[in-house]
Design a protein around this ligand. Structure first.
Ligand SMILES: Nc1ncnc2c1ncn2[C@@H]1O[C@H](COP(=O)(O)OP(=O)(O)O)[C@@H](O)[C@H]1O
Ligand SMILES: [Mg+2]
Length: 259
């Protein structure tokens, strides 16, 4: 693998019966880089995401993350190594408050055991305080701190997407995978999402973003990878990719592009 890449997939493929959903895709994300993944519906974006996140084993190819061979690693292992993801379908617990949804995510960092919890040792109490701080920071980054007492189910759809991002941020990841985070957001919310991604990058976090909303892709991404029918058809800066004739033919020709 390239020695400096945080995430690197080489020749990664997924077959569902007779359907080649992803075919020999090479993809890398450097530390602190924001990479966009675009392509028409059915291009294989979510399937590729699921393989990168350890939610689905590849049929072929290799995957490296944080200097480890993660080709057959579980989603749990990827999370331990510092990867967090959001889902295209919302994963918020509707019956929990916004605060509890995010606090639950910080438990990845819990080190004290149940006995310490029962005895409420000093180590346990200071750890609880750190987790609460991390949850508050994640909510603040996502612009949702003022909603912390509301139930997950009470948030409008656009804010549920932000809550998913806050849940992912609460695990303090090195790489954040976002699957269509701007879905259901109005233009103002989408603009704030771009600002949030830029802010995360300035803190050294890497982001891999599947997104249809071209304004978000153009505003947030350093590099864009284009998939079509499971294959990578183009890669470059947002400005290069939108000028690529093949990309225009299979994807952008059908979309309204306001760069
Ligand atoms: N679990 C699955 N079983 C069978 N086919 C699937 C499965 N998941 C996705 N597919 C198929 O793989 C292709 C790529 O799907 P997907 O990765 O969801 O694309 P995208 O996210 O780019 O819209 C589609 O033809 C889809 O129907
Ligand atoms: Mg998808």
């Amino acid at each position: 693998m390239s020695p400096s890449a945080l995430l690197q997939a080489t020749g990664i493929s997924k077959r569902f019966g007779g359907l080649q959903a992803v075919h020999q895709v090479d993809l890398s994300v450097m530390p602190g880089e924001v990479v966009g993944l675009i392509g028409p519906n059915g291009a294989g974006k979510t399937t590729l995401f699921n393989m990168l996140a350890g939610s689905m084993p590849p049929s072929a190819g290799r995957l490296w993350f944080a200097a480890q061979d993660c080709t057959s690693a579980s989603a749990h292992r990827m999370a331990q190594l510092g990867m967090a993801r959001t889902f295209q379908i919302t994963s918020v617990f509707p019956g929990l408050s916004v605060w509890d949804n995010v606090l639950a995510a910080t438990y990845r960092h819990q080190h004290t055991d149940w006995l310490a919890a029962v005895c409420r040792t000093r180590a346990y109490r200071s750890e609880q305080a750190r987790m609460a701080e991390r949850a508050a920071h994640a909510l603040q980054q996502a612009g949702l701190l003022h909603r912390r007492h509301d139930l997950g189910s009470e948030l409008p759809y656009g804010e549920q997407r932000k809550l998913e991002i806050a849940i992912a941020l609460a695990t303090a990841p090195q790489l954040l995978l976002l699957d269509e985070p701007a879905a259901g957001m109005n233009p103002e919310e989408a603009g704030k999402l771009v600002q949030l991604i830029q802010q995360l990058r300035s803190q050294g976090m890497a982001v891999l973003l599947v997104e249809h909303h071209m304004r978000v892709v153009m505003g947030a991404c350093d590099r864009v990878v284009v998939l079509s029918s499971g294959e990578k058809i183009a890669e470059g800066t947002p400005a290069e990719v939108v000028r690529d004739p093949e990309v225009v033919r299979v994807y952008l020709g059908r979309e309204t592009v306001h760069a």
